[in-house]
Design a protein around this ligand. Structure first.
Ligand code: AKG
Ligand code: FE2
Length: 397
């Protein structure tokens, strides 16, 4: 995969970038004290695998009171996937087993990077004075429009379909944020950027493709965004994105991107480092900036050609949200005037990522895998037909 191709030439020959954020696994776990942390050692159980289907009868332990390497909620959601002999182990054993599995996805260099990142966050949080404290705890009636709240409270596919449109397969659009909430967020972001400018604090940008924007998790909004993911995005994803771990989203990377004069102009063609991405426009006034989608692909097929029915362009509207699989290839066109700010929540599932490492066959959600599977089916039916004809002819002869 190339590093930073822009759209234009890619609609037939596609080169897609995988964008990585600086959010680490466990990025929203800011409660690690090395002295009490439960660490994984190399144990004999580490060669065991998670089960493919969760044991939904099982009531997971609570891990809230422990200082762990990863967010506590990950342990509760992962527990249902433990092999049967592990399920009956004590809590410390289960912690060791699950931590070991998760650390396998975080090589040594990554671990010290995660520690440095925690210190970086702590430095910001102890120096930055929030402007609108009310933003830091999620109050649903302040944040969301009533139609969205009704749908979430009903929590059925029908209630979601009532407020969500699907203009192209896998792209879900709905009204989400109150205008007053968008204003508050914009003003908090301005305030944070002013503080960064005044103190000359060197901040990390949201991902490898943006020069501007800010990571919301880094200045105290991580808990609020965790609530947003767990209480509002996960229920919807469970219905529409179950095939990519929508029901088990358990960590996130939350940030804003900014486009316009003296900001980023556009965003090249890419896939996100997420299972499900929430992209919601906060404002302000702008021209351009359309989000272009070009079909969902697994790693193997990420650079394959786009089919006509996968082409879709979306026009951002303040307060309106777009929800899509992280593997849905997309990019943003140039914002030609004005100032556009979007809030993004890359939602991840540790369960899905672990299970994916054991999966060798087709991905049900990949447009190219789907075609290959269909062609294979046609070929095998054809072969069977030929075999049956031959057998019939031999019987007649
Ligand atoms: O600018 C946009 O709306 C797209 C942003 C995006 O795709 C991303 O940050 O991953
Ligand atoms: Fe993206």
């Amino acid at each position: 995969m190339s590093s930073d191709q822009r759209e234009g030439s890619q609609e037939t020959t596609t080169t897609t970038t995988t964008v990585e954020g600086n959010g680490t696994i466990g990025g929203n776990n800011n409660n690690s004290h090395p002295s009490t942390m439960v660490r994984a050692t190399s144990t004999v159980v580490s060669c065991q695998r998670l089960r493919l289907n969760p044991n939904n009868e099982h009531r997971p332990d609570s891990y809230e009171d422990l200082q762990l390497d990863f967010p506590n909620s990950i342990y509760s959601s992962l527990e249902k996937y433990l092999p049967p002999n592990m399920l009956v182990s004590n809590r410390d054993e289960k912690v060791k087993f699950m931590t070991d599995i998760m650390l396998r996805h975080l090589p040594h260099g990554e671990r010290s990077r995660a520690q440095r990142h925690r210190e970086y966050r702590q430095k910001i949080i102890s120096n930055y004075q929030p402007l609108h404290k009310e933003l830091y705890t999620l109050v649903p009636t302040v944040c969301f429009v009533p139609s969205f709240l009704t749908a979430i409270n009903d929590n059925t596919e029908e209630s979601f379909r009532n407020i969500i449109s699907e203009p192209s397969p896998g792209v879900f659009v709905f009204d989400m944020l109150q205008p007053s909430f968008c204003e508050l967020m914009l003003s908090e972001i301005d305030n944070f950027e002013r503080w960064v400018g005044e103190t000359k604090f060197r901040i990390m940008r949201p991902n490898t493709m943006n020069k501007y924007g800010a990571v919301l998790d880094d200045f105290g909004l991580d808990t609020m965004l965790d609530k947003l993911m767990e209480g509002f995005i996960r229920p919807i994803s469970k219905v529409f994105f179950n095939d990519v771990g929508g029901a088990t989203l358990d960590s996130h990377h939350g940030f804003v991107v900014e486009y316009g004069k003296d900001r980023d102009v556009d965003l090249g063609f890419h896939v996100d480092d997420s299972e499900v991405t929430l992209n919601v426009c906060l404002g302000k006034e702008f021209v351009g900036g359309e989000l272009f989608f070009r079909g969902t692909r697994c790693e193997k097929h990420v650079n394959t050609a786009t089919k006509t029915d996968e082409i879709y362009d979306y026009h951002h509207m303040p307060g309106q949200a777009v929800l899509h699989r992280g593997r849905h290839r997309h990019g943003a066109r140039a914002t030609t005037s004005g100032h556009r700010v979007n809030m993004l929540l890359w939602c991840r599932s540790s369960v899905f990522r672990e299970l994916k490492t054991h999966q060798k066959e087709f991905s049900s959600w990949c447009g190219e895998c789907f075609c290959e599977k269909r062609e294979e089916k046609v070929r095998s039916i054809d072969a069977l037909r030929k075999k049956l004809f031959k057998a019939a002819r031999q019987t007649q002869a």
